[in-house]
Design a protein. Structure first.
Length: 146
């Protein structure tokens, strides 16, 4: 946790307020309180309401990948976290299902029946549920470049 102090002028009280700020990247939903003390007197304080920080899931979907075996950008799938459920379907332009998974750690490798598909655009349907929100569905295209 990184702590920073700020001095803010209090116009009405004609005093200065020193604010300690804790900068932190939160990885889980958490609750926290803000407490203010008068300088030099820790018995006088003001407490804010407790605030719940709800971290919604992330879902970033690339638009192109290159399943050519060079180990760079060889698979397609969303990048995300904080999911309670997930599914992805991949279709060709005729609507034929080429790939299906419910494991976010199992991206599509660009193959169908053991063969690499041709360079083209493919339709994906992704359904994801976050731990603190409902289902989100994404439909789009991904381009395979060989």
């Amino acid at each position: 946790m990184n702590r920073m102090n700020y001095i803010l002028p209090l116009v009405l009280a004609m005093q200065c307020l020193i604010v300690s700020v804790y900068a932190q990247t939160l990885q889980t939903t958490t609750e926290y309180r803000v407490v203010a003390y008068k300088s030099g007197d820790l018995s006088v304080s003001s407490t804010s309401n407790t605030v719940e920080n709800i971290l919604y899931f992330d879902l970033h979907i690339p638009n192109t990948f290159t399943p050519n075996g060079d180990e760079l950008n060889d698979t397609f799938g969303p990048i995300g976290g904080r999911l309670s459920s997930y599914s992805m379907l991949i279709f060709n332009k005729w609507g034929q299902l080429l790939y299906e998974t419910d494991d976010i750690d199992s991206p599509w490798d660009g193959t169908y029946e053991g063969e690499v598909v041709q360079s083209d655009s493919y339709v994906y349907k992704i359904f994801a549920t976050g731990t603190k929100q409902g289902v989100v569905s994404k439909i789009g295209t991904v381009t395979v470049l060989l």
